[in-house]
Write a protein that binds this ligand. Structure first.
Ligand code: 5GP
Length: 190
């Protein structure tokens, strides 16, 4: 996806040696035209796989998942919640996730009402680093005895080991921009 790669090069900034900040189009302000291209591209890449729902995690995954879902025939989007709240159903699937950007563990939860054993689920997220968020979502799908269709990622950092950890589970990973390395404050694509 050339548009996405160009936007990363022009608008992205690097924090430290491993974190890419793309607030101008993905994580704070949202570029709807780009999100529509992302939706189309994921539909093409997973065209052969029947998909009944999209699962993501709050917050940045939600906007992406909602637009992607429109290209899959308006299938429902479920997002796992990161915070326990009085208004969350008590009967939930849960997984522990280690946050790469926050350097701490947190729990993600999804109500048992919204994922069932008949579901074929596409997992969508903004970034893939070490794969903890995506594997937490895989864990939730498996607890529901549902099927994981695959994992769709907008930006993968290939110098971290997320892809191999997910593929080891026998799950297909599709990323729209793959960063090979970050050198001298610049992104190098694969
Ligand atoms: P993982 O769980 O694969 O280690 O990290 C993926 C999650 O951490 C994503 O959901 C994303 O929110 C966040 N993340 C990891 N690396 C980056 C990064 O370089 N930039 C941004 N903006 N978020 C990241």
């Amino acid at each position: 996806m050339e548009t996405l790669k160009n936007k990363i090069l022009v608008e992205g900034t690097i924090i430290g040696s491993e974190i890419l900040k793309v607030d101008s189009f993905l994580n704070h302000q949202i570029d709807i035209n780009l999100f529509n291209e992302i939706g189309k591209e994921f539909k093409e890449r997973f065209a052969r796989h029947e998909t009944t729902k999209i699962l993501t995690v709050e917050a940045s995954g939600i906007g992406i998942a909602c637009i992607v879902a429109q290209y899959f025939g308006n299938i429902p989007v479920v997002f796992a919640k990161k915070h326990e709240a009085a208004n969350l159903d008590s009967d939930t699937y849960e997984a522990d996730v280690f946050s790469f950007t926050k350097n701490k563990n947190y729990k993600i939860r999804a109500s048992k009402k919204y994922i069932n054993s008949e579901d074929k689920i596409l997992i969508i997220d903004d970034f893939l680093a070490n794969g903890n968020a995506a594997l937490g979502l895989v864990e939730i799908v498996r607890q529901a005895l549902a099927e994981v269709v695959g994992v769709g990622i907008v930006i993968e950092k290939a110098f971290q080991d997320g892809r191999s950890r997910i593929e080891k589970e026998g799950i297909k990973v599709e990323s729209l921009a793959i960063i090979k390395s970050i050198k001298d404050n610049k992104v190098v694509f694969k």
